[in-house]
Design a binder for this molecule. Structure first.
Ligand SMILES: Cc1ncc(COP(=O)(O)O)c(C=O)c1O
Length: 493
């Protein structure tokens, strides 16, 4: 039946096709060819296969443009570079985090997730789950519109108050994601300052780069975390020009932390504004979870703090916090704020519950740091090449896209451990890695199992395992701690 209908569709589309200056493939034909190329024919019946063959023949005979070919080629390029991404089909288990069910081709299987950005496990915290359910029961699911039309719900207003308080700023503005908060925030702020010059750290996240690009402002890139270079660029700029320094407090791929204090000193000296992305730090650093700037006593010196509700706060959404005027201006001018539906009330209520909990509780933060330290020490002790980092992120270097992919596949298939490979363009070619993110819920048993699995995979893939003599030679890649320090730290964790 499907085949007959589809055949009819193709015939009709043939009969009614339009010819402009050149050949134009009909949408029905194009979509059938796409279906064939996507490999979906495996489950189709014979009639459908014939229809697709028919469509291809028709396309060739009539010399029609094969639109699908463009996408086929684009995907082939990714395969050639071992960059084609495959997502594991996972089902998180709230009560058993970080365990999840992997729906593999052979059926469901329990696995342990070691790469989640739900850094503190707040996505399964009873207070957060309850807040979400309660709000959904009372207020329904969607927001009902853009903020300008019908979407400013009470939980959203409360969430913004909570965020302003978290960062000790006059106001905060919530967006549908951290990505959007960066593109909207940076582009709007810079556009509203005539002749603005943006000074951007070389390792800034794609959302910041996009925001800067969309602003149309002049930009200078300073070498990653290099304040001397930043100062050179500031000194060379016209002193009367508005300047915006954009950086992250914690870089998520290397796990390194920005010299926030020195950046703020330069901002003062050269009268520049500061915009700091704290996406990988909010909830986790500082006495109330306000981030790295708060931890080091610099939060009041940052003009705009940007964060996410989707990582340590376990929900979805992003925000900026700053002066009342700045927030009002972004609210009034940013198209990606104005023309999109607001976050659902239930998501806002859950995020507020997570923020409130983490403002009052240090337990998750302390345990998180302790677990991260334990993982770093255990991996180093086994000779696994981690990048030295001063944060909770543990980058395990592979340095080869294909082997990185294979390592990830083997961990999942043979050991029930999920760590997504990080390849170009997320990181530079040759620095491919597994990005391990311990949470407070990764106990000693899971850490031991991780080390055992990684050593096995490293041996099978003939990746180098290090001894400590080699390790000390390159402090960028290998840990510099002595074995005594490691043993001591392992004993206390
Ligand atoms: C530094 C940085 N900023 C912003 C974002 C975007 O945040 P979100 O996931 O909430 O869109 C990410 C995402 O991982 C990020 O790493």
């Amino acid at each position: 039946m499907v085949g007959i209908m589809a055949t009819g569709m193709v015939r009709r589309s043939v009969a009614t096709r339009r010819t402009l200056e050149g050949p134009l493939v009909t949408s029905a034909t194009a979509s059938l060819v796409m279906v064939a190329s996507a490999g979906m024919v495996a489950s189709a019946d014979t009639a459908a296969v014939e229809v697709i063959a028919d469509a291809r023949r028709f396309q060739q005979e009539n010399n029609l443009m094969n639109y699908d070919h463009f996408f086929d080629q684009a995907i082939a390029r990714l395969h050639d570079e071992h960059r084609h991404r495959v997502f594991a089909n996972l089902e998180r288990m709230a009560a058993l985090f970080p365990r999840a069910v992997w729906h593999s081709l052979d059926g469901p299987r329990e696995i342990v997730v070691w790469c989640s950005n739900d850094y503190l496990g707040m996505g399964q915290h009873p207070k957060v789950i309850y807040a979400m359910i309660n709000a959904a029961i009372h207020m329904g699911t969607g927001a009902g519109g853009t903020r300008n039309i019908a979407g400013t719900n009470r939980p959203l207003v409360e969430l913004e108050r909570e965020l302003a308080d978290l960062h000790a700023k006059q106001a905060a503005l919530v967006f549908t994601s951290g990505y959007v908060s960066n593109t909207a925030g940076l582009s709007t702020i810079a556009k509203l300052m005539p002749n603005c010059l943006i000074l951007s750290d070389a390792y800034n996240h794609n959302s910041m780069i996009e925001g800067i690009r969309q602003s149309g402002s002049d930009k200078r890139i300073w070498r990653h975390n290099d304040v001397t270079h930043l100062e050179e660029l500031l000194a060379a700029a016209d002193p009367h020009r508005p300047k915006l320094i954009a950086f992250e407090s914690l870089y998520s791929m290397d796990g390194d932390i920005a010299p926030v204090q020195r950046i703020c000193d330069l901002a003062n000296r050269y009268n520049a504004m500061t915009y700091c992305d704290e996406v990988h730090a909010v909830g986790m650093y500082g006495p109330r979870g306000a981030g790295v700037a708060a931890r080091d006593g610099n939060m009041h010196r940052i003009d705009v703090i940007e964060g996410t509700l989707a990582k340590a706060f376990g929900c979805l959404g992003g925000y900026i916090a700053g002066s009342a005027n700045l927030i009002d201006a972004v609210r009034s001018y940013a198209p990606s704020f104005i023309f999109t539906t607001a976050l659902p009330p239930a998501v806002c209520a859950a995020a507020t519950a997570a923020i409130r909990h983490l403002k009052a509780s240090d337990r998750e933060r302390e345990r998180h740091q302790q677990r991260a330290e334990r993982v770093k020490l255990a991996l180093s002790a086994a000779g696994l090449p981690i990048l030295a980092s001063s944060s909770h992120i543990v980058p395990l270097m592979v340095g080869d896209a294909e082997k990185c992919r294979q390592a990830s596949d083997m961990l999942l298939r043979d050991h029930g451990i999920y760590i997504q490979p990080i390849n170009y363009p997320t990181v530079q070619k040759g620095t491919e890695r597994l990005r391990v993110t311990p949470t407070p819920y990764h106990g000693d048993g899971l850490v031991d199992a991780l080390v055992e699995a990684l050593v096995d995979v490293w041996r099978q893939l003939e990746l180098p395992l290090l001894d400590r003599t080699t390790a000390r030679r390159d402090s960028k890649v290998w840990p510099t701690r002595s074995s005594e320090e490691m043993t001591r730290a392992l004993a206390v964790s």
